[in-house]
Design a protein around this ligand. Structure first.
Ligand SMILES: *Cc1c(COP(=O)(O)O)cnc(C)c1O
Length: 379
């Protein structure tokens, strides 16, 4: 989309840097001056701080959120000869990581209200995987847009069938369910630290959390050639490390994460009020959960026209995601689906619209979005 410059962008990672510039610049200078750039004191400090913030014993940094998922699968012994169930309505990274680990993805549909994994369909896939597929040994629920998948239903199903649970928390840093932080429910949790995420580096990054000391130790080996001591690979690993400069930046950003999430929630409440009484559907909150609004996603039957009207008013919007994974050229006709197909995923992809959402949005910008929303919804 082109045209006049935007009054309000949909995302602005630069604003997240400028808001904490002095602290970040000091942290970067410290990391640069240390003369140690990969897997050192900054990385360890971030891992320790992140684990304490999450409330889990172990965190292991890595290169990005996709690698985090692939490493988690490998650390659980899941690869060739196993199927892994996840959703089609997610970042393509979730599905790419399953194939990176050598496993076969099975994509199941979402529920139409919260856009997360439909437990009823998961139950069917766990009981009987699609024809020709190996058994489902792991499930990756995605906590989409900033709130929980239906863990109260998903966890007992997985336990009953002996399937591991890897929570994809890349859009839900700080969200909770039943008073517990997401990322503490499954066997392993993975977080992308891509710049626009709720906790974002100034480049690529990822972190993996687990309560199990042995798994944490295996993850730390797998991320660096399978080394447990230098130059000796106990098993085949990869190179996926979080560098010291990013770790130093992330330790600063982590201190501001909860306040940033609170700012997102306040902006979401303003958007809710602007949508009240219009024909547009605001995002539903899962009962018992907190939503940290990685994205504020409304639903509009005439989504593309709405988007154009917002653009004309100087408001940037996003679509997460315009094409479900099973319909993308690399996966179409090749990847296994649950028994019901992914009809609700397809319907959502045609109607979802993401409003501007980042903690540094100013009062005036939020007011501009709300006014444009009311006008565009009226047409
Ligand atoms: C961003 C994201 C990822 C991938 O993270 P990268 O750091 O870009 O590799 C995975 N899953 C979800 C749900 C994401 O939003």
């Amino acid at each position: 989309m082109s045209g006049a410059p935007l009054l309000v962008p949909q995302a602005d990672p630069g604003a997240g840097y400028r808001a904490h510039r002095d602290e970040i610049d000091a942290a970067v200078a410290r990391a640069l001056g240390s003369g140690w750039y990969i897997l050192g004191a900054e990385g360890r400090a971030f891992e320790t701080g992140f684990a304490a913030w999450l409330g889990t014993p172990h965190a292991v940094g890595c290169g990005n959120g996709t690698d985090a998922l692939a490493l988690a699968l490998r650390a659980l012994g899941i690869g060739p000869g196993a199927a892994v169930a996840t959703v089609s309505h997610t970042a393509v990274a979730t599905v790419a990581a399953i194939e990176m680990a050598g496993a076969v993805p099975v994509l199941i549909d979402i529920d139409a209200v919260h856009y997360t994994m439909d437990p009823a369909e998961l139950a069917e896939v766990l009981a009987a995987p699609p024809a020709g597929l190996p058994p489902v040994r792991a499930v990756i629920p995605v906590h989409l847009y900033g709130q929980a998948a239906d863990m109260d239903a998903i966890l007992p199903l997985c336990r009953r069938h002996g399937a591991h649970v890897i929570e994809d928390c890349s859009q839900a840093h700080g969200a909770s369910l039943g008073g517990r932080r997401l990322g503490t429910f499954g066997d392993i949790a993975t977080f992308s630290l891509y710049p626009t995420k709720n906790l974002g580096a100034l480049g690529d990054g990822g972190v993996i959390a687990t309560a199990d000391a042995e798994r944490a130790e295996r993850l730390a080996a797998l991320r660096q050639y399978g080394w447990r001591s230098h130059y000796v690979s106990d098993e085949v690993g990869v190179n996926s490390r979080l560098d010291e400069v990013q770790a130093a930046v992330l330790s600063v950003k982590l201190r501001h994460l909860d306040a940033g999430n609170a700012a997102r929630q306040a902006i979401a409440a303003r958007y809710d009020a602007a949508l009240a009484g219009t024909r547009l559907l605001p995002p539903a909150r899962r009962p018992g959960g907190t939503h940290v609004f990685h994205q504020y996603v409304l639903r509009a039957p005439d989504r593309d026209a709405m988007r154009a009207r917002m653009r004309a008013a100087g408001i940037g919007t996003g679509v997460h995601y315009p094409v479900p994974v099973h319909l993308q050229p690399a996966y179409r006709g090749r990847v296994a689906l649950g028994p019901a197909g992914c009809r609700r995923s397809e319907e959502a992809s045609a109607e979802v619209l993401s409003l501007p959402m980042f903690p540094e949005l100013t009062e005036a910008q939020v007011a501009t979005v709300c006014a444009a929303l009311a006008a565009a919804a009226d047409r």
